[in-house]
Design a protein around this ligand. Structure first.
Ligand code: ADP
Ligand code: MG
Length: 269
């Protein structure tokens, strides 16, 4: 019998790729928003010191008294750091530039790789009862990203449909292997999602072909198109599915949510 996913307990997904500008934050926000629209309770944990996910969901910098930094250090309870947003079913643990120094400060801490896991897997989190926790990682394979991978059930990798896209993946896969060996044997790869895809561009098609040839089923069928509405939405502090619900970007992120939900349902069955 296949082990079933427990009825309680959120699925924790680290959205990660050590390259910057590949669509991690955009995917965390919009996949989260699409899951929330489908009635799932979603927590987005922002662990990038740039705090773009927090800003993109309308949490002002002046409104970030407690952040992922305090959560990691166990200085505050989750209830104090989890913020509602203006969107139903979406909550945020915000980030600030404080996190930039965490990487070095935490080095001396014996539990340094387990801090986020300890924070997100404490019993009170079940009471708050999320369906999905998405962690928006910084553009690096640093201690914060390792914390996300140790805390997570799976890793979701946005892959920009550009030259050199696949180049960094082997390093990422090695890090996943190391995390499995050292700390989190059950860490899975949720999938690789092609972002900023332009079907008229040969390069996008080539990247897709290479990704599917090399990574097979790990690559989501859904591709996120390059779409100006996606890039405009954060400046209005809105997910694209609220900013322009009929845009190609919004449609694609809803499809990605459906694909993820049906994959997860198949695993649980
Ligand atoms: P990361 O978090 O990996 O650094 P971002 O999600 O911040 O990447 O995306 C980098 C830039 O690309 C942002 O300006 C974002 O608005 C833009 N972008 C992301 N996805 C798309 C898309 N599908 N279409 C157009 N622009 C996009
Ligand atoms: Mg980002």
């Amino acid at each position: 019998m296949v082990e079933t996913v427990p009825a309680t307990g959120a699925k924790i997904i680290a959205v990660t790729n050590q390259k910057g500008g590949v669509g991690k934050t955009t995917t965390a926000i919009n996949l989260g928003a699409a899951l929330a629209e489908k009635g799932k309770r979603v927590l987005l944990v922002d662990i990038d010191p740039q705090g773009n996910a927090s800003t993109g969901l309308g949490i002002e910098s002046s409104d970030r008294d407690f952040t992922a930094y305090e959560l990691l250090l166990n200085e505050v309870a989750p209830q104090q750091v989890i913020r509602p947003t203006q969107f139903e079913n979406i909550f945020v643990v915000p980030a600030t530039t404080d996190l930039a120094s965490a990487d070095i400060e935490l080095m001396a801490n014996e539990q340094r790789s387990f801090l986020l896991r300890n924070a997100l897997r404490q019993p009170v989190m079940d009471e708050i009862s999320f369906d999905y926790i998405l962690i928006d990682c910084p553009p690096s394979l640093n201690l914060l990203t390792v914390n996300a991978m140790v805390a997570a059930d799976s890793v979701l990798v946005p892959l920009q449909s550009e030259f050199f896209a696949l180049e960094g993946l082997s390093q990422l896969m090695l890090t996943i292997r190391d995390v499995r060996q050292a700390a989190n044997p059950n860490l899975r790869i949720e999938g690789i999602v092609l972002t900023m895809y332009d079907g008229r561009n040969n390069l996008s098609q080539q990247v897709e072909q290479d990704a599917r040839d090399n990574l097979g089923d790990l690559v989501f069928q859904t591709k996120i198109p390059r779409n100006v509405r996606v890039s405009e939405a954060p400046s209005f502090a809105l997910p694209v599915i609220s900013y322009d619900p009929a845009s190609r970007g919004a449609v694609a992120y809803r499809e990605l949510a459906d694909e993820l939900l049906s994959k997860n349902a198949a695993v649980a069955a």
